[in-house]
Design a protein around this ligand. Structure first.
Ligand SMILES: C[S@@+](CC[C@H](N)C(=O)[O-])C[C@H]1O[C@@H](n2cnc3c(N)ncnc32)[C@H](O)[C@@H]1O
Length: 198
């Protein structure tokens, strides 16, 4: 499947620009406290839509995607669209085919870790339904237990916060410190857990 088969290139950039123009009115921006220079790890990249919005808001974003087919499509998309979106800030975005946890364990530093896990019934906001269905088929779903384990590990890495996107009506995972509600999704925000010093 090529990137165009998933309908990724034609409709997304104007939508990403439109979202970024909302600035702090955008729930994603408030949840991540998006601002120029903030180091964000979009650890579950998928098609990269949320990561592109955060980069357009001025953040420095690294995207990790572990599924080879999804990464191939993401790579084709970002090669084309990141330059068009970010112009003179090409260094604002980077991406890799990797498990996000390997990057944490390698010691990379991020202010915010952003997690948008794949659930059986996904919120309608980030992507049109067809694109999310393709993604679900390729990448599979995540159990709550796996998401909780990721949150726990991410809280030991993020300097400022971990943000988890959930369906608006979904149960809470662990104990978020606060949440930001949008129309059909909720962003649960977790503060970092201090690392033990030797
Ligand atoms: C729901 S999608 C993310 C959608 C994304 N927010 C967007 O805007 O396109 C979740 C993605 O996370 C990926 N994933 C799951 N576990 C991962 C891990 N440990 N490291 C990196 N990617 C992972 C899956 O392959 C899937 O593509």
């Amino acid at each position: 499947m090529a990137a165009d088969d998933a309908g990724l290139r034609s409709v997304q950039l104007p939508d990403i620009r439109r979202r970024a123009r909302q600035g702090r009115r955008l729930a994603l921006a408030r949840a991540c406290d998006a601002r120029p220079g903030l180091r964000v790890h979009d650890a579950l990249a998928g098609w990269g839509t949320d990561g592109l919005v955060l980069a357009a808001l001025g953040c420095r974003v690294h995207l990790s995607e572990r599924n080879a087919r999804v990464h191939e499509i993401l790579d084709a998309r970002l090669r084309t669209e990141s330059g068009r979106l970010l112009g003179e800030r090409p260094d604002a975005i980077s991406w890799a085919h990797e498990d996000a946890r390997d990057r944490w364990r390698a010691g990379d530093q991020f202010d915010v870790v952003y997690l948008d896990p794949m659930f059986g019934e996904h919120p309608k906001t980030a992507l049109p339904a067809k694109q999310m269905q393709v993604l679900a088929k390729l990448a599979g779903e995540m159990t709550n237990g796996k998401v909780v384990a990721l949150i726990d590990e991410a809280r030991r890495v993020a300097a400022a916060r971990v943000v988890v996107k959930r369906r608006a009506s979904a149960e809470t995972l662990g104990q978020p410190d606060w949440h930001i509600r949008a129309r059909s999704v909720r962003f649960d925000v977790y503060l970092p857990v201090p690392r033990c010093r030797a």
